[in-house]
Design a protein around this ligand. Structure first.
Ligand SMILES: Cc1cc2nc3c(=O)[nH]c(=O)nc-3n(C[C@H](O)[C@H](O)[C@H](O)COP(=O)(O)OP(=O)(O)OC[C@H]3O[C@@H](n4cnc5c(N)ncnc54)[C@H](O)[C@@H]3O)c2cc1C
Length: 413
């Protein structure tokens, strides 16, 4: 399998190669091929915005007609749909994190041991075990394999969806708070109430590559009709809050300003910050927090480091100023120290999505406020648009989004 790209240059090259194949995507995408050549493998690049959805949509519409590319465009827009949905209900993310901690602390030892064994690829259902091991080894799974395995975990093994989602979050190199949490909720039957996704052997026989089913051990457990829904209790508070209202262009600046780059958007050279002239740029990793708080796999920690290092190198070259990547146990304190050392009066950043970066913002704001330093978030106009459409289900969202894409000048995206 060709590795997924973790730099902007690599993502641009992969995208250029995939672009002509967009026209076959609708008919080929559901097959789990060995090597995954039928799908783009762009998810880590899109999740961290080494490449933006706007660039992908613009190129797609420049090379293909809307009807020929619609399925592809829809899939590319699913990420923004999930992000927009979660943006209005951030407590679904924090509630999931809280449940993971509670379950780890309170579940009986035999349930935790079973969860560990299934995640290690020792369930006894050979094809599901291959999928678990593929995730641990490569950090990637095809969408169909994610659906099968999540369904197996919840509905066949009877394990809490929250812990399965945490296993994915720790290992997927494209781990995305919105796409992951909400897709797991969907498989569990919580996201679209009453609609569960049930794994069936005949579906694997149709869509999986031969290697996945070469060992049929335990497959009677996923025979058609053998897996029945186990509807978990929904602990989430689904009430909505208003969408945050961030500026979509940079207001006039006075004083010394710095750009804080983070893992939610690593393409400052395209979009509303492209003409910014910061005095300094910085990004931060936190190996300790990745390991102790989120229990991320070493592959995922390495991938985070690579994408941030790429973002910093490009930002330094684009803005022509000092750009550093620092590992710090306490990111908020480190950003505060960096801002003070450059005598900044303002720190500017892309608005973080609901997830780990945003979780650190209250502490960061107070650290900066203590030094009289302002924190300004800028949102891409295309995110503001998409999030405004994502109030309810995907299909009403797509109706508005596709109308918007068809009517907007694709060069302006
Ligand atoms: C249980 C479960 C957990 C998931 N967790 C994540 C996750 O943590 N991070 C993540 O990026 N995706 C997640 N997905 C969605 C999807 O599986 C991946 O985005 C996709 O498989 C990535 O591979 P690709 O880039 O080759 O996709 P392609 O088929 O080439 O699609 C192109 C792009 O469209 C977007 N996309 C495609 N399908 C989806 C989808 N169903 N939801 C959201 N965006 C989509 C992605 O940005 C993807 O890169 C999850 C799906 C399920 C069922």
């Amino acid at each position: 399998m060709t590795p997924a790209p973790f730099t902007r240059a690599g993502a641009q090259a992969s995208w250029k190669e995939f672009l002509p194949r967009v026209k076959e995507y609708a008919v080929r995408r559901n097959w789990v091929e060995s090597g995954h050549g039928n799908v783009s493998r762009l998810s880590p690049a899109l999740r961290h915005r080494l490449l933006t959805e706007d660039e992908v949509i613009r190129d797609t519409l420049a090379h293909h007609s809307f009807p020929a590319a619609e399925k592809w465009l829809q899939e590319v827009c699913w990420r923004r749909y999930w992000k927009g949905w979660l943006e209005r209900r951030p407590q679904v993310w924090t509630g999931w994190r809280q449940r993971v901690r509670e379950l780890r602390g309170n579940l009986p030892a035999e349930v935790l041991e079973k969860a560990e064994a299934v995640a290690a690829g020792e369930s006894g259902v050979a094809c599901m075990d291959l999928i678990a091991r593929e995730l641990i080894t490569t950090g990637y799974l095809h969408n169909h394999a994610r659906m099968w395995w999540a369904s197996f975990w919840i509905h066949a093994e009877g394990l809490p969806w929250e812990l399965g989602a945490d296993f994915f979050f720790r290992h997927l190199l494209d781990a995305d708070p919105a796409s992951n949490t909400l897709s797991w909720r969907w498989v569990a039957g919580l996201q679209t109430p009453g609609k569960t996704y049930l794994v069936r052997l005949s579906n694997l026989e149709k869509y999986a590559h031969a290697g996945l089913l070469s060992d049929r051990g335990g497959s009677h457990r996923i025979a058609d009709g053998a897996v029945t829904p186990r509807l978990p209790h929904d602990y989430a508070d689904l009430s909505r809050c208003p969408l945050p209202d961030f500026p979509t262009s940079l207001p006039a600046r006075a004083g010394r300003t710095g750009l804080w780059l983070h893992a939610d958007d690593l393409a400052p050279e395209v979009g509303p910050l492209a003409a910014f002239a910061p005095d300094a740029v910085a990004a931060f990793t936190s190996g300790r927090s990745y390991r102790e708080r989120y229990h991320l796999s070493e592959n995922r920690i390495q991938a985070l480091h690579t994408v941030l290092a790429d973002g910093i190198a490009r930002a330094g070259a684009h803005f022509g100023c000092a750009a550093v990547l620092t590992d710090a146990d306490d990111t908020a304190a480190a950003i505060g120290a960096w801002a003070r050392s450059h005598q900044l009066t303002e720190v500017v950043a892309f608005a973080p999505a609901v997830g780990p970066v945003l979780d650190g913002v209250p502490r960061l704001s107070s650290q900066l406020a203590e030094g009289g330093i302002r924190l300004t978030f800028i949102q891409r106009a295309s995110d503001a648009h998409a999030f405004a459409f994502a109030g309810a289900g995907f299909f009403p969202f797509w109706e508005k989004m596709s109308r918007h894409l068809r009517s907007s000048d694709s060069a302006a995206l």
